[in-house]
Design a protein around this ligand. Sequence first.
Ligand code: PLP
Length: 443
Amino acid sequence: MIETSASAAASGPGSPLPDRAVIPPVWSRITNIVVDHGEGSWLVTPEGERYLDYSSGIGVTNTGHAHPRVVAAIQAQAAKLLHGQQNIVYHEPGLRLYERLSRLLPGDDWGAFLSNSGAEAVEAAVKLARIATGRPVIIGFRYGYHGRTGQTMALTTAKDVYRGHFEPLPGSVYHTPYPYCYRAPGGPHAPEACTCDWEAQLDLTFHQYVYPEHVAAIIIEPVLGEGGYIVPPPTFLPRLREITRRHGVLLIADEVQTGFGRTGRLFAVEHWGVEPDILTVAKGIASGLPLSGIIARRSLLDKFPPGTHGGTYGGNVVSCAAANATLDVIEQEGLVDNARARGTQFLAGLRTIAAKYRTIGDVRGLGLMLALEFVKPDVGDGRTPNSEVTKRVQAEALARHLIVLTAGTYVNVVRIIPPLVTTAAEVDQALSILDQSLAAAGA
Ligand SMILES: Cc1ncc(COP(=O)(O)O)c(C=O)c1O
């Protein structure tokens, strides 16, 4: 129904807000906060209450909320052009961003493709891998998360809720175990002394499910995100790169969550000196405006024939202006270094606190991607997932105005994703709140 002028007036500024039930339950809810504005690491309610936002809107606001330079770039661009469709015209913010993205990885053989969401970037990566290799199969990892569209659901195994109701899913997708050192069958061990049998399992996948010469690509999150913020052992990605090269299989690094400084490097693959063939980006790229894409070898992109992929809004001009300003801020304000320094501070603080709480089974992280995994220490081998305590810790933190998220297949991981602009004082404040929250939650 089209609004009449009377109902339009009733819903205008100053009128009471509509009931929250207008938002359907499919948007599972983490807080009931109504937010008015954001600044840096903080969200502020209409009443002026301040929340330390260590969710960063699920890893998006790497430059903090409403960074003045990003806002100014968006405002200036919005006043000139809101939509310059990529098939129809060229625009300066887009041309500059394509060029900049192609220079972020070592060497000069890179190009980019721009879309809107992380899932769309993964869709593009999969289509490109298939068309460029002429091979059908994609291999993903258990605990992986790549999105909620058809193809990306098929790749995702982080949790049943993401895919369980939607069979049949697209085929020619297989999953192989990720080296999750804390949950290794033989017992938890340090990633530096990894004994996980992921390589033997991948070999079995090649012998039981699919010939390696039929595999177009293996897709990997360099640090697992939704699956539980799991940092791989140092040997994993370099070895996986060797194996993929040996079989002519492309390596897709899904850096939607790990990208743009989150882990203390611009891209997480840099920690291990690994060069993928295709790298997906989204979230932190544009400080909150919808933008995503892939960075891929030019030799592959040249095999993507005109019209085989695209979309109305991909590479939106205002989002591109936001992304260019975001990249300026990341580079000029030293945010990657800050992520590394604050991450080191935070992880050390978490380790100190964790020693006091029996239900914390593992503390881990890389840069500002940090996690506490909760267990039932007196049940089984002491690693039974403890989602009850996890949810209580999250709720107690929220009651103390700290926003953190959960992760993990059994929702037994508290994950902490501060913006990369966060200060040492804010990290100390968050650690103190977490300590109080753990005590209050009976951890
Ligand atoms: C690694 C990874 N890939 C893909 C996605 C999907 O991104 P989007 O929610 O923007 O579709 C996410 C989202 O959390 C992600 O973490």
